[in-house]
Design a protein. Structure first.
Length: 283
C-alpha cells in the first residue's frame, strides 16, 4: 500500500498533473471519507486502469453551506482520509485550504444552477447548489480529468453537475456510481455520525419508505407515493421535507417509465436525503 502524493496548492497540482501522460479520474469530496467514497475511488481506478491517475480532492467548501448549517462542525478527518486513499490506491490528493481555492475571497461570479437548483434540496438550501457547482467547476478545471465520478446518493447534485457540463460545453465525462448502503439499508453519508444511538434505527425509515415505493411502482405513480408515505408515517420523529417522484432528469413529475423517488427529512438536528430508481408502467 503506497501513500498518495498530497498537494495543497494549485501550482503543485499543476506540476503533478504535468508528469501524468495518461487518463485521469477525479473524486471530489468534503473529507470525512467513508465506504461510499471508497466505492467511488475503486470505480475511478476501474475506469483509468492500473496505469491511470486517480485523484481525490478534499475541501470543505463554505459556499455550499447556508446560515445555521454545519460548516463549523462538519468533520475534518484528514489523517484518516489519507489512510483510506492509500488503502484504495489513490495516486494524488489535492487538499487546498480556503485561501488557495478562493484567493480573492468569496467569488463575485458563481454558477447559477437554474430552476432545478431552487427545487427539492434547493428549496430548503437556497444557495447550496450555486456553491456546489462553482467549486465543482473550479476543481474540474484545476484537475482536468478524463472522468469525474459522483455518487447517486446525492442525485440532484449529480443531475445538476451533468447539466452544467453539458450546458457550458465542459470537456469532462461525468460518471455516476450507485449509492452505497449499510447492511440494514441506510445510505452512507458523512453526516450519519451526527445521529444519536436512539436516532440511528429511526433513520432506517427513509430507505424502507423508498423500497416500499419502488416495490409498488408497477401499480403507478400514486401507488408509489402512497406506499412510501405509509412507511414514513410509522416514524413520527421524522420531519419530512419532501417525498417526490420525478423523471430521471428531475425536470418534472414522473408519470411513466424510469423515475427517481427522492426523500429528505430531518431527524433531530440531522438532515438526511436518499433516493431510488423506480420503474413505472410505460402505458
Amino acid at each position: 500500500m503506497s501513500e498518495p502524493a498530497v498537494v495543497r496548492t494549485r501550482e503543485d497540482l499543476s506540476d503533478a498533473l504535468a508528469e501524468a501522460d495518461t487518463e485521469t479520474a477525479v473524486v471530489m469530496t468534503l473529507g470525512a471519507l467513508h465506504e461510499g467514497h471508497a466505492a467511488l475511488m475503486r470505480a475511478a481506478r476501474d475506469l483509468v486502469g492500473d496505469d491511470g491517475l486517480v485523484i481525490v480532492t478534499i475541501f470543505v467548501n463554505p459556499l455550499q453551506f447556508g446560515p445555521g448549517e454545519d460548516l463549523d462542525r462538519y468533520p475534518r478527518t484528514l489523517d484518516a482520509d489519507l489512510k483510506m486513499c492509500a488503502a484504495e490506491g489513490v495516486d494524488l490528493v489535492f487538499a487546498p485550504d480556503l485561501d488557495e481555492m478562493y484567493p480573492s475571497g468569496a467569488p463575485m461570479v458563481t454558477v447559477d444552477p437554474g430552476r432545478l437548483g431552487r427545487e427539492l434540496e434547493g428549496a430548503a438550501r437556497p444557495d447550496h447548489f450555486a456553491g456546489v457547482l462553482t467549486v465543482v467547476a473550479k476543481l474540474l478545471n484545476l484537475t482536468v480529468p478524463t472522468f469525474a465520478l459522483f455518487g447517486e446518493k446525492d442525485y440532484q447534485q449529480l443531475t445538476l453537475v451533468r447539466r452544467m457540463v453539458t450546458d457550458l460545453e465542459l470537456p469532462y465525462e461525468i460518471v455516476a456510481v450507485p449509492t452505497v448502503r449499510e447492511p440494514d439499508g441506510l445510505a452512507l453519508s458523512s453526516r450519519n455520525r451526527y445521529l444519536s444511538a436512539d436516532e440511528r434505527p429511526l433513520a432506517l425509515a427513509l430507505s424502507a419508505a423508498l423500497r416500499a415505493g419502488r416495490d409498488a411502482a408497477a401499480n403507478g405513480r400514486d401507488a408509489v407515493l402512497r406506499a412510501a408515505r405509509i412507511v414514513l408515517d410509522r416514524t413520527p420523529e421524522l420531519d419530512v421535507d419532501y417525498l417526490e417522484l420525478r423523471t430521471t432528469d428531475l425536470a418534472e413529475q414522473a408519470e411513466t417509465g424510469e423515475a427517481r423517488l427522492l426523500i429528505a427529512a430531518r431527524l433531530g438536528t440531522t438532515r438526511l436525503i436518499d433516493n431510488v430508481l423506480a420503474e413505472l408502467p410505460t402505458h
